[in-house]
Design a protein around this ligand. Structure first.
Ligand SMILES: Nc1ncnc2c1ncn2[C@@H]1O[C@H](COP(=O)(O)OP(=O)(O)OP(=O)(O)O)[C@@H](O)[C@H]1O
Ligand SMILES: [Mg+2]
Length: 306
């Protein structure tokens, strides 16, 4: 039965150090270091799997301890990683972050060279997964060639395409394909990059930006605006919702949880307003969790949130 979500993109190790005192450059700084599984595609896949959605993840890791641990962890939460690439002589993707005492990013470093191995040939080799799935979800940690191939394969088999633009820089790759995309979930910086526009200053401008992306051919647009919440637009409707107020434990993964819930809602046939409200709740649950994906995530939990 064609019911799984085919998620394509990065699965990596996140290593984050939070400083105990002000930064001293050119020196070692005492901090609390936390290691977790990350990668936008992997995070989205885990959120979907925790909601009971069948998920297949196409990704690439190195043949090292981190790579095997990531794939084992993904398998344990129910993600099908049987098609994942394990690459010799290339380290598993790693994201290193130095955070200040408030948890804000001082410096981020990512090594995602392993993703070069996720080629158009690999995607074509797995075209039965495109044929078999209900919809395709991509992050932008793919090479431009892989993005093109993934979008064309999804189109060839008539499957809806959902994209998390991942970063402002990486979002630029998407500009030629906007008319082929069914759902996109940029944050403000990514929306500005997609539109090549002036800075988006407030919620009204975010809503206008969402409508402009619909004008460029995207079926459904969600623009997340951190503490201001998120808005959505389709050809027929649009709206803005506030973020839920919550104590933030760790910011990582909130945007990915929101993307996952909007994808989930689309798969279940929910309206955009309901899907986005679930997404905002999932984002708040994630912000309150020290983990990148809240382990307690469930639909009951989300509907029970104020
Ligand atoms: N400071 C905050 N206060 C309240 N809610 C927040 C805050 N930051 C993020 N959120 C919630 O998380 C959602 C996604 O956040 P954001 O717009 O920063 O996306 P993002 O940049 O993709 O995040 P991420 O860094 O997790 O990928 C927001 O729409 C909001 O609901
Ligand atoms: Mg994001």
């Amino acid at each position: 039965m064609a019911d799984e979500v085919l998620v394509i993109g990065a699965a990596n190790l996140d290593i984050k150090g939070r400083l105990f005192a002000s930064l001293v450059t050119g020196s070692s700084n005492s901090c609390a270091i936390k290691t977790s599984f990350g990668g936008v595609a992997r995070n989205i896949a885990e959120n979907l799997a925790r909601l009971g959605t069948p998920v297949v993840l196409l990704t690439a890791v190195g043949n090292d301890f981190a790579g095997h641990t990531i794939l084992d962890g993904a398998g344990n939460v129910g993600i099908d990683v049987s098609r994942a690439l394990i690459i010799e002589n290339e380290p598993t993707g790693t994201y290193l972050a130095a955070l200040d005492q408030d948890g804000d990013l001082i410096l981020g470093l990512d090594d995602l060279r392993v993703m070069r191995h996720l080629t158009p040939d690999y995607l074509r080799f797995h075209q039965d997964a495109f044929r078999h799935c209900q919809m395709v979800a991509l992050d932008m940690n793919l090479t431009p060639e892989a993005v093109r191939a993934a979008i064309h394969l999804a189109r060839e088999y008539g499957k809806p395409i959902c994209v998390d633009p991942t970063s402002a820089q990486r979002a630029l790759t998407l500009r030629p394909y906007l008319h082929l995309i069914d759902l996109i979930t940029p944050n403000i910086a990514e929306a500005e990059a997609l539109l090549g526009s002036e800075p988006i200053g407030d919620s009204d401008e975010a809503l206008q930006a969402a409508r402009r992306l619909v004008g460029l051919g995207v079926e459904r647009v969600v623009i997340t605006q951190a503490e201001r919440g998120a808005c959505y637009a389709t050809v027929d409707e649009s709206g803005q919702f506030a973020a839920l107020k919550c104590a933030i434990v760790d910011r990582t993964g909130a945007g990915d949880a929101l993307s996952a819930l909007v994808i989930f809602g689309m798969r279940e046939g929910f309206g955009m307003a309901e899907s986005l409200q679930l997404g905002l709740r999932a984002a708040a649950l994630t912000l309150q969790s020290p983990e990148t994906v809240a382990p307690e995530l469930s639909l009951d939990r989300l509907y029970g949130m104020e």
